[in-house]
Design a binder for this molecule. Structure first.
Ligand code: MG
Length: 259
C-alpha cells in the first residue's frame, strides 16, 4: 500500500493512495469517501521526532571515500525541520559552495520500540520511502561534525509516499539521477548493515517512535548539485522522489517551515 500524508481543508492526515485519489486512514475524521488528488495537498510523508542517518553503509561507498568498513553502524542526525516533500525545492545555502545529493532508502518506523532484536525489527517498521541526504560537503570537511553540513532547511527531501509492502528491502536498487543522467546506482544488498540491523542498533541506543526515520546510507557516485538542476531518487518497488534545486537568493525563503 502507498501511504501519503496529506492536507485537506486545514487538516493533515494519512491516506492510502490509489490511482488519482486518496482514502483517509483516520476513521475519526469521518472522511469515508475517496478524495481526488486535486482536493488535497501532498505533504512530506513523515513528521518524525528524529531522523537517524547511517554514515558509510555501503561497501562500494566506503571504498570510494577511502574509508575502512565500520565495525558498528555510525549514526548521525538531521533535524526534522530539514524535511521537505517531493517536488519541493532543495535550497542551496549561500554558506556552502558544494552541496551534494545522496540518494538513500529510508525506513519509517511504525511502533515505539527499544532494544529490538534484528529478527524482530521488521515488526516495528511501517514502510519505506525515498530520501536524499543532502550534504554541504565543504562544510562537512571544514566543521568535522555533521550538524551544519547535513542540517540546513530542505536538506532532507523524502517521499512522495511510504510503501508499506516491500517484499525484500535488502534487495532493492537505488538510482540517483541528476538532470536525467544516472549518477548513483547501488543495490541494498551491498549495505554493510541491513535495514533491520540498523533498526536494532539504533533501538539499542534510543527509543524509536512511530514516524521516526532511519536513512540507510548512500551508494557510490555522490556529487554536487547546482541551481536549476533536478535530482531524482528512484528505489525499485518503493517510490520516485523528484526535487528541483534552487539557490538561496532565488528561493525567496528566509526561514524554514516545519510541516
Ligand atoms: Mg548519507
Amino acid at each position: 500500500m502507498r501511504v501519503v500524508r496529506v492536507r485537506h481543508e486545514g487538516r493533515v492526515f494519512y491516506a492510502s493512495l490509489e490511482g488519482n485519489q486518496v482514502q483517509c486512514l483516520n476513521k475519526d475524521l469521518g472522511l469515508s469517501e475517496p478524495l481526488p488528488l486535486d482536493q488535497i495537498t501532498i505533504m512530506p510523508p513523515v513528521a518524525p521526532s528524529k531522523i537517524i542517518c547511517a554514515g558509510l553503509n555501503y561497501h562500494a561507498h566506503a571504498r570510494e571515500m577511502n574509508k575502512a568498513v565500520p565495525e558498528e553502524p555510525v549514526l548521525f542526525f538531521k533535524p526534522p525541520s530539514a524535511i521537505i516533500g517531493a517536488w519541493q525545492p532543495i535550497i542551496l545555502p549561500s554558506q556552502s559552495s558544494r552541496v551534494d545529493y545522496e540518494g538513500e532508502l529510508a525506513v519509517v518506523m511504525g511502533k515505539l520500540c527499544r532494544h529490538v532484536s534484528v529478527d524482530q525489527a521488521s515488526e516495528y517498521i511501517f514502510g519505506y520511502t525515498c530520501a536524499n541526504d543532502v550534504t554541504a560537503r565543504d562544510l562537512q570537511a571544514k566543521d568535522g561534525l555533521y550538524g551544519r553540513a547535513k542540517g540546513f532547511d530542505t536538506f532532507a527531501p523524502m517521499g512522495p509516499w511510504i510503501e508499506t509492502v516491500v517484499p525484500d528491502p535488502s534487495d532493492v536498487t537505488i538510482v540517483t539521477r541528476l538532470n536525467g543522467e544516472v549518477r548513483q546506482e547501488g543495490a541494498s544488498a551491498d549495505m554493510i548493515f541491513s535495514p533491520w540491523e540498523l533498526v536494532s542498533f539504533a533501538s539499542s541506543v534510543m527509543t524509536l517512535l512511530p514516524g521516526d526515520v532511519i536513512l540507510t546510507g548512500t551508494p557510490p557516485g555522490i556529487g554536487p548539485m547546482s541551481a536549476g538542476d533536478e535530482v531524482q531518487v528512484e528505489i525499485s518497488g518503493v517510490a520516485l522522489l523528484i526535487s528541483p534545486v534552487v539557490s538561496e537568493e532565488d528561493s525567496g525563503q528566509v526561514h524554514g517551515v516545519i510541516q
